[in-house]
Write a protein that binds this ligand. Sequence first.
Ligand code: 5GP
Ligand code: ZN
Length: 114
Amino acid sequence: MTDCLFCKIVAKEIPATIVYENDSTLAFRDINPQAPTHVLVVPREHHANARALAEADGGLADEVLKTAHTVAELDGVADSGYRVVFNTGPDAGQTVFHVHAHVLGGRSLTWPPG
Ligand code: 5GP
Ligand code: ZN
């Protein structure tokens, strides 16, 4: 998608602090972090939201989840605990319509979320 912010980050047309990348996914730090670890994991391929990702072929949703866990390991929060969040649709406050998993950790996270 030519007009998608995260497609531009995937294409390296817009800079981001990349934490991890492989053939199908890219992980980079959120520009407005809400926790010491706040990383966004995106599939390289454009899908608008979690629903579209769930319907994607080739196990792409698996790849996003595996990369989320890899990020937690790399940031040292895999054992202390972390949260993986897909904001999907208006009630969840999704603002960027290229699906992304937020990986949050490094502090005690409250529940329920706001
Ligand atoms: P959403 O609200 O759609 O779940 O999350 C979008 C996230 O993208 C927000 O947490 C926001 O801070 C982050 N974000 C927005 N623009 C940029 C950007 O240009 N670079 C990076 N690294 N993160 C961004
Ligand atoms: Zn995109």
